[in-house]
Design a protein around this ligand. Structure first.
Ligand SMILES: O=C(O)CCC(=O)C(=O)O
Length: 236
């Protein structure tokens, strides 16, 4: 479970990072399985999601007890798994533009959403070390407290996530973005409402990570969401 300090960081920043999850060896093993899933796609995509990769590792990591304990601290004791995106950021490859998870998650019209609480959460798991130069995820802390109109004004309606320009910081947001620096096997939690993205990988190696999406049972996506995602699966 998250400590009081971590919960307080979540409330202020909309993210908690880093959290210990896997050993370096376990992360390497998991990476091998995702490498295999990526290699089986032709041409190899930079972003792969669980619809196209029928990969047991998705189920294995999405049900990890420690990971679900962290998620439980935010969503409560009943947790649904939505889907996983695999980000294999190639050397010198593209940015992920500023966006919020909300753009892609099912819309929630509940008292929970009105109370400004998260019904959907992203877990980023680093399959290798992630840092600024290799294009780790960057978060604009505190933006999860903004209104939808403010977010639209700052970043527009980002439905197309990849771009080849540098990640430009929206000037009107006053808190500086923070890089989510993770060792292989560590994880970060992201609010569905916090603005984030990632910059160019300026190294010569791939930066691999996975983003696992969870929701509380108040969100009940139909088998065919507008996003084309899977129906959710109860994992706790
Ligand atoms: O890993 C990345 O580069 C971006 C991750 C992201 O934007 C997300 O999980 O929503």
């Amino acid at each position: 479970m998250l400590t009081d300090a971590q919960l307080s960081a979540w409330k202020t920043d909309g993210t908690v990072c880093p959290l210990e999850l896997l050993s370096r060896n376990e992360a390497t093993e998991l990476r091998k399985q995702f490498d295999y899933a990526i290699a089986s796609q032709s041409p190899s995509p930079a972003i792969l999601n669980s619809r196209v990769a029928d990969c047991l590792s998705f189920a294995y990591i999405a049900r990890n007890k420690l990971l679900l304990d962290y998620v439980e601290s935010l969503l409560g004791g009943e947790i649904n798994y939505l889907w996983t995106d695999v980000f294999y950021k190639q050397p010198h490859d593209s940015i992920i533009s500023w966006h919020t998870g909300r753009t892609f998650f099912p819309t929630v019209k509940t008292d929970l959403a009105k109370a400004g609480q998260d019904a959907c959460v992203t877990v980023v798991v680093a399959l290798d070390d992630a840092y600024k130069d290799n294009g780790c995820v960057i978060v604009v802390p505190g933006t999860h407290l903004s209104t939808d109109d403010e977010v639209r004004e700052w970043i527009g309606c980002a439905t197309q996530r990849t771009d080849h320009k540098r990640l430009v910081f929206p000037q009107s947001i006053c808190r500086a973005p923070i890089p989510l620096i993770l060792r292989a096997g560590q994880m970060a939690l992201l609010s569905e409402r916090v603005i984030h993205g990632s910059d160019i990988n300026s190294t010569n190696s791939v930066r691999p990570s996975i983003s696992i999406r969870y929701c509380s049972p108040v969100v009940s996506p139909s088998p065919r969401q507008p996003t084309g995602r899977y129906e959710c699966i109860r994992v706790r």
